[in-house]
Ligand binder design. Structure first.
Ligand code: ADP
Ligand code: MG
Length: 340
């Protein structure tokens, strides 16, 4: 199938806490498209975390199990362009009919439909038709439905009919597994120390892990050098300082959790354990000072809290910075990690 990249299959998609729900829902859908409660499946998460890969994997698996079903993968931008072309050449009905015949429709990066009123209208009708006929919809986006500004309410409410599942930054262990599998696929063997070093220093997303490994292999081939820990350290340090990474809510949560050695889920959970509350407050404080996110977005993403909780967290952190030396050293360390 030309639209589906055969490398982006389930077998190559490494499972971890970071993607468990989205992956297993996707897998269940692939066995039973249109017949599960996950319709639509709405997969969201920051860039490079595997949305496109997972969306393809579902499509590939459906095609394998049900060769007679029509699966269509399309990027939202392309959908928009096709619709504009169809309208221009008076083929709007053909466009709509074409999409209404599909059994499994995958639209990647639906955030790009923001502010595209006409395209949203036509998508709304296609969505309704497919959903009512028991066809499967899979959507991906860089934000959860609640944060998709510029999308019509009636579409957003439909996006929430099925299951919304996010992809998070993989934790350290999963980063290691991903690196091991990637290296293995490329036929190279890396010492544990090297894998650890990369997994420790590249904690943004899977695309960058992949990029680091590729650069490392290229370096070693070009210079005809073995991949040693020193070569790896040199290269990774350069990569990390070159890509002044964007400080996002995900990066902040991951960094705080890495620092305190706790899983990100804990931070996002409702628990009131002291250490976790404190880590959460620190994450909120950095989110407020280093991103443009609103208090309510920060609260929603970090533990499902409201804006007053975030405001309170920021005050608490500021107070402690003035009064508690140990606390201050935590915050300073994390700041350094974020700004590296
Ligand atoms: P997104 O669409 O969220 O920006 P992609 O799906 O393009 O991210 O993923 C970026 C790269 O990382 C791709 O090469 C993909 O194969 C790889 N990748 C992402 N998540 C995983 C995973 N869980 N296991 C293996 N590879 C992954
Ligand atoms: Mg993508």
């Amino acid at each position: 199938d030309p639209q589906l990249n055969s490398d982006y299959n389930f077998q190559n998609f490494i499972e971890g806490e970071c993607n468990r729900l989205a992956r297993s829902a996707g897998f269940a859908i692939a066995q039973n498209p249109g017949k599960t409660a996950f319709n639509p499946l709405f997969i969201y998460g920051a860039s490079g975390l595997g949305k496109t890969h997972l969306a393809h994997a579902i499509g590939i698996q459906v095609k394998e199990r049900f060769p007679e079903k029509t699966v269509l993968y399309v990027e939202a931008n392309k959908f928009e362009r096709q619709y504009a072309d169809a309208t221009r050449s008076n083929e709007r009905n053909d466009f709509v009919h074409f999409y209404q015949m599909i059994d499994v429709l995958i639209i990647d990066d639906v955030q790009h439909l923001a502010a595209k009123q006409k395209t949203q209208d036509v998508f709304f009708h296609i969505f309704n038709h497919l959903h009512q006929s028991g066809k499967q919809l899979i959507l991906t986006s860089d934000k959860p439905p609640v944060e998709l500004e510029g999308l019509e309410q009636r579409l957003l409410s439909r996006f929430k009919w099925g299951l919304s599942a996010d992809l998070q930054v993989p934790d350290f262990e999963t980063r290691k597994t991903i690196l091991q599998k990637m290296a293995y696929k490329d036929g190279i063997e890396l010492q544990d120390e090297i894998i650890d070093y990369i997994a420790n220093h590249i904690n943004t997303n899977v695309r960058e892990l992949e990029g680091a490994l590729v650069s490392l292999m290229a370096q070693s081939t070009l210079n005809r050098k073995e991949i040693t820990i020193d070569l790896a350290k040199d290269l990774i340090d350069k990569l990390v300082s070159n890509t002044r990474k964007e400080i996002t809510l995900d990066v902040i949560q991951q960094t705080v959790c890495d620092y305190f050695s706790m899983p990100v889920d804990q931070l996002k959970s409702k628990t009131r354990k002291r250490e976790i509350v404190q880590a959460r407050q620190i994450a909120m404080y950095f989110a407020k000072s280093k991103t443009k996110s609103s208090l309510s977005t920060i609260g929603a993403r970090i533990g499902g809290k409201d804006h007053a909780t975030v405001l309170h967290a920021c005050k608490t952190v500021k107070n402690l910075l003035d009064t508690d030396k140990r606390f201050k050293s935590f915050v300073t360390d994390i700041d350094k990690m974020l700004e590296n």
